[in-house]
Design a protein around this ligand. Structure first.
Ligand code: CP
Length: 313
């Protein structure tokens, strides 16, 4: 099996429960990955994904090999039939098959360019590796989704569950740089599988891909969205319609304690890394209701349950 999107999970609730059990006894399946290798290919930077996926592999007895493909690998060609007389040195057809001989699982991080919407929506890098690799492929954040993050978020929501149907709010917040849509997309897809009152809030113009949002509720008034929320999940993203553009850095959308006071003592979540006092003020990030560190810790168990399912075949 591949793990390319949250839709590769057959039963989210079961996977979350199993991940929480693994967390209590992470070395239980050490024999499962014995003599197996996972290749982690990074076309972009990472802290959490890089370390947590290695940790998950080690917990399962696997050997991780990490390659910063973006800076250390040959520049890859993805188009079929290209005359390769320009900057690209190797076609993904050979690269994916060769790496498959060295690794039992291939995990890939390749962000959106935020320049070519069609190529980004086609998840060019991830799709090509999934097509040409002869071993399972794991998405460590593609141009469209970040399903390992969303699974860790589901684990974190379950561990912090309230005794009523929760209100979960995904809130846009300002950021100086154009950021991809992947984390927000996978969080939305994951929430659509939950029994929750889920609300997305962002300024007008920041509507995400309608094919992802479907009929999830959008509330353009952030204060109204925050009312009685149990979880505030904050993330910046660039415009989808005016593709990849920062169309507003409206500071009134920064998450402050005043805004958190409108909620039902909501837990604060963010995938990290986060820009302090731009996205969220120190007082909220450092408060007892902030669960971002625990959320990052769950990245290991999200990756571990995915690799366990792959190894079990
Ligand atoms: N949340 C997340 O994916 O973190 P990194 O970019 O540091 O891996």
């Amino acid at each position: 099996m591949n793990y390319l999107s949250i839709n590769d999970i057959d039963n989210l609730s079961d996977w979350v429960k199993e991940a929480i059990a693994l967390k209590k006894n992470p070395l239980k399946n050490q024999d499962l990955g014995k003599n197996k290798t996972i290749g982690l290919l990074f076309f972009n930077n990472s802290l959490r994904t890089r370390l947590s996926t290695q940790k998950a592999a080690l917990n399962l007895g696997m050997e991780p090999i990490v390659m910063n493909f973006g800076s250390e690998g040959w520049a890859l060609e993805f188009e079929d039939g290209t005359v390769m007389n320009q900057g690209k040195s190797e076609h993904v057809k050979e690269a994916a098959q060769v790496i498959s001989q060295f690794c039992d699982v291939i995990a890939i991080r390749a962000f959106a360019s935020l320049k070519d919407k069609e190529k980004d929506l086609a998840e060019e890098v991830l799709t090509a590796f999934a097509k040409y690799a002869t071993v399972p492929v794991v998405n460590m954040e593609s141009s469209v989704g970040h399903p390992l993050q969303a699974l860790a978020d589901a684990i974190t929501l379950e561990e912090n569950k309230v005794n009523h149907k929760p209100k979960v709010v995904l809130s846009w917040a300002p950021h100086p740089k154009a950021l991809p849509h992947a984390v927000a997309n996978s969080f939305i897809e994951m929430m659509q599988k939950q029994d929750a009152n889920f609300v997305i809030t962002h300024p007008k113009g920041y509507e995400l891909n309608p094919k992802v949002v479907k009929n999830s509720i959008i509330e353009y008034n952030q204060n109204k969205a925050f009312a009685d929320a149990d979880f505030i999940y904050t993330k910046n993203w660039s415009s989808f319609k005016d593709y990849g553009k920062v169309i507003s850095q409206d500071k009134s959308w920064t998450i402050t304690q005043e805004k958190m006071n409108k909620t039902n003592h909501a837990k604060f979540m963010h995938c990290l890394p986060v820009r302090r006092n731009v996205v969220v003020v120190d007082a909220v990030l450092d408060s007892k209701n902030s669960i971002v560190i625990e959320q990052a810790n769950n990245r290991t168990y999200a990756a571990q349950i995915v690799l366990k399912k792959i190894l079990e075949g």
